[in-house]
Design a protein around this ligand. Sequence first.
Ligand code: C2E
Ligand code: CA
Ligand code: CA
Ligand code: CA
Length: 277
Amino acid sequence: AKENGKNNFQFYNAELHEIINRRVYIESELSKAIEKDQLELYYQPKVDLYTKEITGMEALLRWKHPKLGFISPQEFIPLAEETGNIVAIGEWVLKTACKQNKHWQEKGFDPLCISINVSARQFEHSDFINAVSKALDETGLSPQYLELEITESIIQNVSESKEVLNRLRSIGVKLSIDDFGTGYSSLYVLRELPIDVIKIDKSFIDNLTDSKNLSMIKTIIDLGLNLNLHVLAEGIEHEYQVKKLVEQGCSSGQGYQFSRPVSEKDFEALLLQSSIY
Ligand code: C2E
Ligand code: CA
Ligand code: CA
Ligand code: CA
């Protein structure tokens, strides 16, 4: 038994080592990902639930590493936050998304709003507002076609956040609250901050057959509409969800039911077909 215990210890120790090694390796590789051209943006359409037309898109980051393969943003974004690397990555995302959107407009597609995800560390960084203006200036994208998705949880200090958000708004970009309803302060955030869009979190959309959940969604939609906000449901995977949401007055959505996030090339094909769903 003693022998066994020792082996177990070595096993766990080795496993732990592997996790730490992967983490250290990822952190160091991530710092080179931009210059090595390993990052890519994928785009997921936002759809008008009545007409099924594409009304906008969310840019989602993808990292393809030559040895580790595809690494999910759920794994590497938190590590990039820790090392501070998220600031450089975030600027790359901003620039790339604006450039791509401008490019589609120049190609003659109807102008659409592109949204990008902003993480806490990036938002708190003193240079964030400059980075946004710079990306718009350098690419020539008009600010109305850029939306910043922010979660409730990144808003630590409301008065400071309010000032930053007001300045971003004065530039002319749109602001949305991502994963709405999952934080502790949803109502407070809505009351205090200058927001244009609510994105109802997927966890609410997942079980629309549950009556409690459905009343909450209805309340969120009504609240948003009464405050003159745009309300979008995320994570829609089935047609019955579309129907339910439309019944409740929600006119925008996003999810696998319409399309997964796709590459630039595939998104362009979607734009060409629009109203395909
Ligand atoms: P998020 O902003 O809440 O993005 C939605 C996530 O749900 C995306 O995962 C998307 O691919 C996925 N999704 C969309 N529709 C459906 C659906 O119908 N069903 C299911 N099961 N999933 C759906 P992804 O691309 O893996 O991104 C995960 C998270 O990583 C994002 O969550 C966001 O928090 C973060 N992230 C992604 N790109 C960036 C970025 O450029 N910057 C920052 N700071 N964070 C990012
Ligand atoms: Ca998002
Ligand atoms: Ca979300
Ligand atoms: Ca999320």
